[in-house]
Write a protein that binds this ligand. Structure first.
Ligand SMILES: Cc1ncc(COP(=O)(O)O)c(C=O)c1O
Length: 403
């Protein structure tokens, strides 16, 4: 063992959602977006000290938290925020739904780019607002915003009020560049949109030269119309602790967001605050080690997918690979039958595609990739020569399970 991330844990001991799905069957789960790694020692130490204290009553926001967050965003993204603009949240799917409620009145609609993290597609339905889903343009597996399609849709659909942006983009692993964001900003201003920019994956940059630029940081006019969602859940692997936040610089938009929360949304728990503070202040060396390990895993997956002739996105951020498996009939079920549990592309708006979570020890990943190799061999051997399966219909299933 030469890395802390090689360690294999018993995930069934504490009811891991990812692992419980396949309890009792020999399927390696590479689906929901958390990692099979222990959290940074600094977070473990902070939580241990808190647990040992033994008193867990109602807990307010730790005094040190706001300054720590302001310093973190300044240090990592050169982003200066007013501490008053922060709204602490116990989760970000919640934040997406609150943004829809706060920004869209009845009869108004949300626009987003597919394929995308399914709650982006579901939130409009849950909040009884309209939804316009615009496919990203794809050049092979290189995705980009289709500005022509976006303009056309916005011209034809004047009730669109909110853009839900996934930045970096789950599942395609794309980091939007300054130019992408400036082009998007022009459209946003022209059509007077509000933006909810979900940036939860921003600390997981695998491309060493790419930089995450918060959408709200592009220009003060954008800061005034943006709800930025962030949190340590993905990067520091504490999704089970429910600690996140929104940055909303516009006081009126912030007021509407808080109004949507009122009497419904609980505070972050005592342990969530403790973990969040430790993540912001003490976990940077661990994060750097993590990124190096994830790059190795990503390269392994990319090499294997190339060998299997399964096109895959260049993963510049996140620990999620997006794979075009349309040449394998019923790919999701087929890989599951061969012992690998991936995320099905259908709820992301892309049937026939798969998302592979490579946030796991390398030995586990290698075992999963060997199983996938065997599965592709079986599929290729049974397919009539040269005949590819019929294309799927592109239906989006709104009642998608958690992914
Ligand atoms: C883009 C994005 N937003 C939000 C979430 C979920 O956040 P939370 O667990 O805080 O609800 C995920 C989880 O994968 C995600 O990828």
């Amino acid at each position: 063992m030469n890395s802390r991330f090689d360690q294999i844990h018993n995930h069934l001991a504490w009811h891991s959602t990812k692992w419980e799905r396949y309890r009792g069957s020999d399927v390696i789960p590479l689906w929901i977006a958390d990692m099979d790694f222990a959290v940074p020692p600094a977070i473990q130490d902070a939580l241990t000290a808190h647990v040992r204290h033994g008193v867990y009553g109602y807990t307010g926001v730790p005094r040190e938290l706001s300054p720590a967050l302001v310093a973190y965003l300044q240090r990592h993204y050169d982003w200066n925020i007013n501490p008053e603009s922060v709204v602490w949240l116990p989760g970000l799917v919640l934040g997406i739904n609150l943004a829809v409620r706060a920004a869209c009145a009845e009869g108004e609609a949300v626009v987003t780019f597919t394929p995308v993290y399914p709650p982006f597609l579901d939130a409009a339905k849950w909040q009884q607002r309209g939804l316009v889903a615009i496919p990203l343009a794809a050049d092979g597996m290189e995705y980009r915003i289709d500005f022509a399609a976006l303009e056309k849709v916005l011209e034809a659909t004047p009730n669109v009020r909110l853009l839900l942006l996934c930045h970096p983009h789950n599942p395609v692993g794309k980091v939007y560049s300054r130019m992408d964001l400036e082009d998007l900003a022009a459209v946003v201003l022209k059509h007077d949109l509000i933006v909810c920019s979900d940036e939860v994956h921003c600390d997981l940059m695998l491309d060493p030269v790419a930089k995450h630029i918060p959408f709200a940081q592009i220009h003060p006019d954008l800061a005034a119309r943006t709800i930025t969602l962030m949190g340590p859940g993905k990067t520091y692997n504490i999704a089970g602790l429910g600690a996140a936040f929104a940055v909303i610089e516009n006081p009126e938009l912030r007021r509407k967001f808080r109004l949507a929360m009122a009497h419904l949304v609980p505070d972050i728990t005592a342990f969530g605050y403790t973990a969040l503070l430790a993540a912001l202040t003490e976990a940077e060396p661990w994060r750097q080690e993590l990124l190096a390990y994830l790059r190795g895993n990503r390269d392994l997956v990319a090499a294997r997918m190339a060998a299997l002739q399964l096109p895959m996105t260049p993963v510049d951020a996140t620990y999620l690979a997006w794979i075009d498996a349309r040449r394998i009939p019923n790919a999701h079920a087929h890989f599951e039958q061969h012992g690998v549990g991936l995320s099905d592309g259908t709820p992301f708006g892309a049937p026939g595609f798969l998302r592979l979570n490579f946030g796991c020890p390398r030995a586990v990943l290698e075992r999963a990739l060997s199983r996938m190799t065997r599965a592709v061999g079986v599929a290729d051997a049974t397919r009539p020569n040269g005949v590819l399966p019929a294309p799927t219909d592109g239906t989006i299933h709104a009642d998608s399970p958690a992914v």
